[in-house]
Design a protein around this ligand. Sequence first.
Ligand SMILES: [Zn+2]
Ligand SMILES: [Zn+2]
Length: 59
Amino acid sequence: MIKLSKLKCNICGSEMDVPKCCDKSMIVKKGYLLCCCSEDCGYQPIPECCGKIMEYSEM
Ligand SMILES: [Zn+2]
Ligand SMILES: [Zn+2]
């Protein structure tokens, strides 16, 4: 099952694709983007827009 996930800014409305790791979209956990394969794989900060972190939305 393929889920399309986006990061969205609630202020200006801009959207971007969720970064990928191991060929899958990363998930948001504990305020970070994590690889869904393994928590050890790596994590990165959620991108910011308009001075706030972008909101994760699944469609
Ligand atoms: Zn914005
Ligand atoms: Zn990974």
